[in-house]
Design a protein around this ligand. Structure first.
Ligand code: GLN
Length: 720
């Protein structure tokens, strides 16, 4: 750029009009094929030029400093931007997914090919391109592939609007802290571009270099998203099912609002919100998810977690039990050891508050403990909304006869640690119940519990995994009041409900869900929330004791659509490369497509041939009837591989096979290996000749395999 600063005349351009008086005040440069004009005085922002044919060109004018910045970002010019309006095409992500899935499979062990053959060096040199790619190289590739996926062929630019929309379908939101740099960079580029495109920072169009610079700080997460490597790979399908369940529950108008304090009685019974956050931070929300409500009993597992984190389970459970009480949540009852039954009922939660007060932070004032607790909740929620509702707090304190009775009853039975100030403990308990939040924030808290104590959106380690294990265990057996046994039976997931109509549901190692609807059933659980949980586990195999392997009437959204295929390729190629005929036989019997190729078009036959595994080569051709002449990305056939690595027996066999195949009829039918059984495998079949028999058609016609040599022969074949 700006080398020698070409004049307009050099560029064969003529000044038509300018907002500055004289053309001398401008000099021009060609950057990325576009004319950019430098102004020597800060007087003009645009001017009209004509090219040699007299056609008018609009040119934007920048200061040198601006131009330097633009050159750094290789920014697109005004002319090109105009074409953007015509842009229509968007290629779809699944293609990329496969590219990436296969990219990881571009393995090749160079050491295994060290022979004296002269050509090997050349061959290996070529292969090195794909061997053990350097991490940076892989990331650079990821950025390029993303660009190619979303860029318009016409303009050569990527629409960031479409890109971000694509990202959203994977569950990643624009305000996710993990893509903050990307969003900041977009704003910077938009500013550098003088906000000229008529679009916003998030809908502007970028060229390849700018795009790569913009996404690179967050490319690891973004690539993971588009590779469908999150715990819910097909997030949009999952979301559709959730929407259906949400709508079905919306129609349920049963239940009654809690009315022991006026603030709860005033809620509309129509409020209904569901928020989901997976352990990879994929987000989905529907309904009244930003409406604030108080945590109430949903605070109980959280204060319990802090106590566990700080004191350990031994100390905590020397004061409080682990058994379901089988009684009402606020019943005046202790277990046979004169301890509250568990930390999820009122007595147990008040006891936990006393531990915080007397043991965790004995030196803190009441105000400091409140702040301290809130900061834990905030960290768990990844900084999302956690507030405090003072009216609820005051009402709770006013309407707390039973809770005070529980406090005195426990003091009488010496349940509390020494130095307990009961008044402070009770206030602290009411404050925890009165913390305000919404479905969005609570879903992140639930996801932090699902994720072993690490907040998925900030990646902050808030609790130790052992703490979370204990919290989830208690939630599982005691989280839904007197319904806990039935809930554990029917839903089979840890949950905690609150009297404000919220319910926190955890699918361990998968996601956190928060549902909120104020009408409660007789046991104090949200009616719509319970229906949602029921329907969720009827749709997906999330129940703790669902059998993931054999239960086929439920969906497993954790399953990768391409997982089977990707893993198949890895397994298949490794078996061939290591000469493991038994494994190859197993793959075939399991219905795997033995003709699969990796990203470089390398098939099992290529690897078996280059490693000199004659038995594997024979098995692949004779038993599996794979094409004998697939070409990899460098145009190499399996026989070339065998030759390059001086495996003369394999070369002879492949050459003979090719000779015979020449005479084979051209109209061959693709073999469906899935129709075979172990018994079939034992039957003598076409073991020596490449010619198909009537009883066993085959796919390895030289004609057909030539055409589709680097891919699976039949993509529709079952078992893919
Ligand atoms: N504030 C309520 C109470 O202590 C909380 C109980 C609940 O949510 N079930 O009674």
């Amino acid at each position: 750029m700006f080398k020698g600063v070409p004049t307009l005349a050099n560029l064969n351009l003529r000044l038509l009009t300018g907002h500055a008086a004289k053309g001398r005040e401008f000099s021009a440069a060609l950057i990325n094929g576009q004319v950019l004009v430098r102004r020597t005085k800060a007087t003009a922002t645009s001017l009209d030029l004509a090219d040699a044919n007299g056609s008018k060109i609009d040119v934007d004018v920048y200061s040198e400093q601006e131009l330097l910045k633009r050159a750094k970002f290789r920014h697109t010019g005004f002319e090109v931007q105009k074409k953007i309006a015509a842009e229509k095409k968007l290629r779809t992500p699944p293609l990329l997914n496969l590219v990436f899935a296969n990219r990881k499979l571009s393995f090749y062990d160079t050491s295994s090919g060290s022979t004296d053959c002269e050509q090997n060096a050349k061959l290996n040199q070529r292969r090195n391109y794909s061997i053990r790619p350097h991490r940076e190289q892989e990331q650079r590739n990821a950025e390029d592939v993303l660009f190619d996926m979303f860029a318009s062929e016409e303009t050569g630019l990527i629409s960031m609007g479409k890109f971000l929309a694509g990202l959203k379908t994977t569950g990643i939101r624009r305000n996710d802290p993990r893509v903050r740099e990307l969003m900041d960079n977009l704003k910077k580029v938009h500013k550098l571009n003088n906000y000229e495109t008529g679009s916003s920072a998030e809908t502007q169009h970028l060229n390849r270099e700018t795009f790569k610079a913009v996404v690179s700080p967050n490319i690891v997460l973004i690539a993971k998203a588009f590779r469908q490597q999150f715990v819910i790979p097909d997030f949009s399908s999952f979301v559709k099912d959730i929407e259906d369940i949400y709508i079905r529950c919306k129609g349920n108008t049963e239940g009654k609002l809690a009315d022991y304090i006026p603030q709860l009685a005033r809620y509309s019974p129509n409020f209904w919100g569901v928020s989901i956050c997976t352990i990879d931070g994929q987000r989905f929300s529907i309904g009244d998810v930003e409406e604030p409500f108080t945590l109430q009993s949903c605070s109980k597992p959280l204060t319990y977690a802090i106590a566990l984190e700080k004191l350990g389970p031994k100390v905590v459970h020397s004061f409080v039990g682990q058994e379901p009480s089988g009684r009402n949540f606020n019943e005046l009852v202790l277990d046979q050891n004169k301890k509250p039954h568990n930390p999820m009922i009122n007595a147990g939660a008040i006891l936990t508050c006393s531990l915080m007060n007397a043991l965790v932070k004995p030196d803190m004032t009441a105000a400091e403990i409140f702040d301290y607790t809130m900061s834990w909740f905030k960290r768990l929620s990844g900084g999302e909304y956690i507030g405090f509702n003072n009216a609820v707090f005051l009402s709770e304190r006013e309407a707390a006869d039973r809770n005070y009775a529980l406090g005195f009853y426990m003091r009488e039975n010496k349940c509390f640690p020494k130095r307990t100030n009961l008044k402070e403990v009770m206030d602290y308990y009411f404050q925890c119940c009165s913390m305000e939040t919404n479905c969005e924030a609570m879903s992140v808290i639930a996801a932090s519990l699902a994720n072993g104590g690490i907040c998925p959106t900030t990646e902050e380690k808030v609790f130790r995994p052992e703490v979370i294990r204990d919290v989830l265990s208690i939630m599982h057996s005691c989280g839904t009041y007197d319904y806990s046994g039935q809930f554990a039976f029917k839903v089979g997931l840890p949950a905690k409900s609150g009297v404000s109509g919220g319910m926190m549901l955890v699918v361990p190692n998968v996601m956190g869900i928060f549902v909120w609807s104020p009408p409660l059933d007789q046991l104090g659980n949200t009616v719509r929330g319970l229906q949602f949980c029921d329907e969720l586990v009827n749709t997906f195999n999330f129940h703790r004791y669902d059998n993931l392997k054999h239960l086929s009437n439920k969906k497993d959204p954790r399953k990768h659509r391409y997982e089977t295929k990707g893993l198949s390729i890895v397994n298949l190629l490794f078996s061939a490369a290591s000469g493991d005929v038994t494994a190859l036989r197993r793959h075939r019997l399991s219905g795997m497509d033995i003709t699969l190729a990796d990203y470089d078009g390398r098939t099992a036959l290529h690897l078996a041939a280059s490693e000199g595994h004659l038995e594997c080569v024979k098995f692949l051709l004779e038993q599996c009837h794979v094409p004998h002449n697939p070409k990899d990305r460098w145009g190499n056939l399996p026989v070339d591989e065998a030759e390059n690595f001086c495996h003369s027996d394999v070369v002879d066999f492949l050459k003979r096979w090719a000779e015979n195949a020449k005479d084979a009829p051209q109209e061959c039918i693709t073999e469906s290996v899935t129709t075979k059984t172990a018994a079939d495998e034992e039957l003598p079949c076409n073991t020596t000749s490449p010619l198909p028999t009537e009883s066993e058609p085959r796919s390895s016609s030289p004609a057909s395999s030539e055409a589709g040599s680097t891919a699976s022969v039949d993509k529709t074949k079952p078992g893919l």
